[in-house]
Write a protein that binds this ligand. Structure first.
Ligand SMILES: C[S@@+](CC[C@H](N)C(=O)[O-])C[C@H]1O[C@@H](n2cnc3c(N)ncnc32)[C@H](O)[C@@H]1O
Length: 296
């Protein structure tokens, strides 16, 4: 298998499709306007350390056609099968999903899709709850204010870097009050584990990262996954790239970014954001910035 560096060059340099953005656009990114199965099938086995994405939810957004649940799951199964083929032995897949809604009944997509990952023998490490403060105000059920990230690994030997994603401890100066360590700091000076509940604002109209995409996820959400689940120089793929939030998170931290989207307008925005990142002008919400509390 070619080295990860070589993979980036080979795939950025071919010219069999007019829609592929060429190497000169960004040496560490291969971004295409293309169906994800076609894009993924060109990539070599086990070449990605992290595959992180948020697929359509089959709820009739502007970028998707509503279809039957069976067909939706079938399409997801095809994409997940390719993702498993591309995943490095010590790599991770993170599938960020909310609910499919039909006639007021909700179908949590993580429940629906979990068996597809288990079918390939993947192991669930966390079901991360992403909670946020804003969204639709429901009249006949409680308003939804969370989505899920299913984090799977291919093996028991997987990359997990906790230190880069620690968050400030609540009581950083707290000391052991008895025992052999009495008087010493009881918590890690680098901060604490961020847990599996992440309170990160979703990208609504007043968010600094907002683009024309109706459902982009915050870059800080992906940054945490990139830092914890990959090492510098490794490759990160998003097969439903949208406006490139995953690619930005990867490139920001010295990883290679791969991704595709069917919509040319979104791919163009993704490239604009990458160029802004490289120019140092891209505005992003800092990864661990506390959520604004009007009562604080
Ligand atoms: C929920 S959005 C992802 C948004 C992304 N996380 C971001 O931050 O911009 C899903 C995206 O998948 C794209 N899409 C849907 N089906 C696709 C397919 N088969 N191949 C590639 N992209 C697809 C849509 O155009 C849409 O932009």
């Amino acid at each position: 298998m070619p080295s990860k560096q070589a993979v980036a060059l080979v795939h950025s340099d071919h010219n069999d499709s007019a829609t592929i953005h060429r190497l000169e656009r960004d040496a560490k990114a291969e971004i295409a306007c293309e169906h994800n199965l076609k894009f993924m099938r060109r990539l070599p086995d086990e070449s990605m350390s992290l595959i992180v994405t948020s697929p359509p939810y089959n709820i009739g957004k502007s970028y998707e056609k509503r279809t039957s649940q069976e067909k939706y799951v079938e399409d997801q199964a095809a994409c997940i099968a390719e993702a498993v083929r591309l995943l490095a032995p010590n790599g991770s897949i993170c599938w960020q999903v909310g609910n499919h809604v039909d006639s007021g009944e909700i179908f949590p997509l993580d429940i629906l899709l979990y068996p597809l990952f288990k079918h390939h023998g993947l192991q669930l490490r966390n079901r991360i709850v992403w909670t946020f403060g804003h969204g639709l105000h429901c009249q006949k059920r409680f308003s939804g204010r969370h989505e899920a990230i299913l984090w799977f690994t291919k093996s028991e030997d997987y990359t997990f870097n906790l230190d880069p994603v620690r968050i400030p401890s609540k009581y950083p100066n707290k000391k052991h009050f008895k025992g052999p360590n009495k008087g010493e700091l009881s918590s890690n000076p680098l901060g604490k584990n961020p847990s599996d509940v992440w309170d990160i604002p979703n990208v609504k109209s007043n968010h600094v990262e907002k683009t024309d995409h109706p459902c982009q996820f915050p870059i800080g959400l992906v940054e945490r996954l990139v830092l914890a689940l990959t090492n510098e120089g490794e490759s990160v793929l998003d097969p439903y790239l949208g406006v490139g939030s995953s690619a930005i998170a990867a490139l920001k931290h010295g990883r290679h970014a791969y991704g595709c989207d069917l919509d040319k307008a979104f791919v163009d925005i993704a490239w604009d954001r990458i160029h802004q990142l490289r120019a140092g002008t891209l505005r992003t919400r800092p990864m661990n910035k506390p959520v604004y509390d009007p009562n604080a």
